[in-house]
Design a protein around this ligand. Structure first.
Ligand SMILES: [Zn+2]
Length: 124
């Protein structure tokens, strides 16, 4: 018997809610990193189970190595590098994992912002 697939809008709402919870765990006075990790892990599991892509804004704020939410000044160091390529580097304070976002091309757009992909998602 096939499992019933949940409605995409409902799943996206749950993911958004869990992301907000994780963000709140980090930004409140008592920083609770373990609770934040728990929410992020749950969020990723839900997305994987329902075969939904996480939005780029969410994906870029999650540490791949330790599942901690990356927030500048609290759980991440954000630096701008100039040579050899201009990029924004985000380093997780807990596990020292580095994410690099190159910013050489001013016309660069993420996958979801491209017009042809927007049409593709509207059709389905
Ligand atoms: Zn990390």
């Amino acid at each position: 018997m096939r499992k019933k697939v949940a409605n995409v809008a409902v799943v996206e709402r749950r993911i958004n809610y869990l992301f907000q919870l994780a963000h709140q765990c980090i930004t409140t006075k008592d920083v609770d990193k373990e609770m934040c990790r728990y929410h992020v892990k749950t969020l990723k599991k839900i997305a994987m189970k329902n075969v939904i892509r996480l939005h780029t804004n969410i994906k870029r704020k999650i540490c791949k190595k330790c599942d901690l939410l990356l927030h500048a000044g609290i759980t991440a160091k954000v630096r701008l590098t100039r040579s050899p390529n201009r990029a924004v580097t985000v380093q997780c304070i807990e596990c020292k994992n580095v994410k690099k976002f190159p910013c050489n091309n001013q016309n660069y757009k993420i996958w979801i912002e491209k017009y042809e992909n927007l049409q593709e998602t509207m059709k389905s």
